[in-house]
Design a protein around this ligand. Structure first.
Ligand code: AMP
Length: 554
């Protein structure tokens, strides 16, 4: 059996790790020596597909066909609030697939986010195969704790398209805790906070660990807050200054904006160590008289902190809300024992100060925040393969599962964080005289209002025996197996008549569609230069949201 790799498939960057010969998780570098790759995919007009840093470099010249943030779309409906928000900002088009899923449109062709993610996973797989010198076919892939079944299944499907058997989907905070060895502490229950500030998103998770069981107590965050906001603040200030000084509007010069954006990020990273740095960009633009502007400016950490103070403030309330949801008070003796930092932006000293203030303890800095999730994925892969220590780690249901009651209520049947496999029963009674059938609608989510949760399916039991309201009883039995497959049976108590339904998590693509994508991809690789298209995409009807029908056609 080939080794199982651990993959952190991130919103901004991705990373891969594997256990080394001594059983220690190690990240793997690609041919350029990089241990993280930008989660970007770009389609050149001639059909050439680039991934990672090469794709990101096309963000200016080929913006409409250069996709980032596919993780924000995977397994999501196009009309979800944060998808609409992302669609308004993104320079590429986000469109609705026939089933309402959020897809992207590249050179006129709709493409599922699963397929975009598959390109990233394929690049990661290649990195791993080259580093290990052996074929890689199995992976543990991490996802945010709040991902629902559809998002998790869509991530698995992306793996399948990339030729990877995703043996397990692992929660990112659990992965971070594993990388810190939290599963090895055998005695008692520990509570851990995982503070994850990446390039574009902020997630806070509070979890408990006891005997190998990781329980998510509360999650929160801000999907519109990340390191890029810090970069943008500095960039906007420089753009204003340039305009005041030279009357040049840099926002109209894409190449200058691209260079400036990169320089601002580099300066920010330098300032997380040094107090002062220089941004130097020769020939950035021409002034009004056509003379070149050689831009140079010293920036201090203090200055960037002033520009971004409100961003820091925005970290606080999601943490407080999560603490309240989990019933925890920072500073009290038996509460949070450890705060783990994840995401490159947690290297920023002011962010670490905020974390310390909120949780009233110094965060642990033992692991590299860009790599810690992938390292945890590899540690888990080792546990699954029996290579690592004999720690056990149990899978749990990520969300409540229940049924619709009355017009809009949600009745809980299987609570979230139930260890898999799990079985639960509930008894219901008819509500009308001689009721002929019951139709039980199944939902996943935490909201008391059923419409705000995700519908999974329904089970209908008919030919009920006659009788007054409340006299006929129907027992509902729900089982979720270790693979997360939900089976539901409704049984009328007197006659034993029953109806069942099995619900496999669906990420939005059918197996047939996945196989078609794989086949098309193979054909494309053997006919370099062919435009993306054909197969399922060519026949897909779609309507657009947010973006006018203008610039990206070829
Ligand atoms: P991630 O999504 O976890 O890869 O985090 C990427 C974000 O972390 C980007 O906004 C980076 O600019 C930021 N980042 C990476 N290294 C540093 C650093 N040394 N100081 C400040 N921010 C950093």
């Amino acid at each position: 059996m080939s080794r199982i790799i651990g993959i952190d498939l991130g919103t901004t960057n991705s990373c891969v790790a594997v256990l080394d010969d001594k059983g220690i998780p190690k990240t793997l570098a690609d041919a350029d020596g990089e241990r993280t790759i930008p989660s970007w995919v770009s389609w050149a007009p001639n059909g050439q597909i680039s991934v990672g840093q090469r794709a990101r470099r096309q963000a200016v010249t080929n913006a409409a066909a250069t996709i980032y943030g596919a993780k924000r779309l995977i397994g999501r409906k196009v009309n979800a609030d944060d998808v609409s928000w992302f669609a308004r900002l993104a320079p590429f088009r986000i469109v609705a697939a026939p089933n309402g899923d959020a897809w992207v449109r590249v050179h006129g062709q709709p493409i599922s986010p699963q397929e975009v993610a598959a390109h990233i996973l394929r690049a990661i797989r290649k990195t791993a195969e080259e580093a290990l010198g052996e074929p890689v076919t199995r992976a543990v892939v991490t996802v945010p704790a709040y991902f629902d079944d559809a998002q998790r299944q869509a991530t698995r499907d992306a793996g399948q398209i990339a030729g990877l058997d995703v043996v397990r989907i692992l929660n990112e905070p659990t992965a971070a805790a594993l990388a810190y060895g939290a599963h090895r502490v055998r005695e008692g229950r520990r509570i851990i906070a995982v503070f994850d500030l990446g390039g574009g998103t902020f997630d806070i998770s509070l979890m408990s660990v006891e005997n190998g069981i990781f329980e998510v107590l509360a999650t929160g965050g801000d999907t519109a807050l990340g390191g890029e906001d810090w970069d943008r603040r500095v960039l906007e200030r420089i753009v204003d200054e340039m305009f005041d000084q030279y009357r040049v509007d840099l926002t109209t010069i894409p190449m200058a904006m691209s260079r400036l954006r990169e320089a601002c990020e580099t300066a920010k990273k330098a300032l997380s160590i040094d107090r002062e740095t220089t941004i130097s960009l020769p020939f950035l633009a021409n002034d009004q008289h056509g003379a070149p502007i050689n831009y140079e400016r010293t920036v201090t950490r203090e200055y960037v902190e002033q520009l971004t103070k409100d961003l820091l403030d925005r970290l606080e309330s999601p943490c407080k809300r999560a603490l309240a949801d989990a019933g925890l008070t920072p500073g009290s003796t038996n509460d949070i024992e450890e705060v783990l930092l994840v995401g490159g932006m947690t290297r920023w000293p002011a962010v670490q100060d905020v974390v310390e203030r909120i949780f009233q303890r110094k965060p642990s800095k033992g692991a590299n925040p860009d790599e810690v999730v992938a390292l945890g994925g590899a540690a888990y892969a080792g546990i699954l393969a029996g290579e690592a220590d004999d720690a056990q780690l149990l899978d749990v249901t990520p969300h409540d599962i229940g049924i619709k009651v009355g017009d809009s209520g949600f009745a809980l049947v299987v609570p979230r964080n139930s260890m898999l496999p799990v079985r639960a029963r509930r008894l219901f009674a008819t509500t009308t005289v001689d009721q002929k059938f019951v139709s039980i609608e199944l939902y996943q989510g935490e909201d008391k209002e059923v419409a705000k949760n995700r519908k999974l399916g329904q089970v209908v039991l008919d030919d009920l025996p006659k009788g007054p309201a409340g006299s006929v009883r129907v027992e509902l039995i729900m089982t979720v197996d270790v693979e997360g497959i939900l089976s539901v049976t409704a049984r009328e108590s007197k006659t034993g008549r029953e109806a069942s339904v099995t619900i496999r998590p669906s990420g939005g693509l059918s197996q047939r569609e996945i196989v078609e994508i794989i086949t098309r991809r193979r054909q494309e690789s053997s006919h370099a230069g062919v435009l993306p298209g054909g197969g399922v995409r060519a026949t897909t009807q779609e309507h657009m949201i947010a973006k006018p029908d203008d610039d990206d056609e070829t």
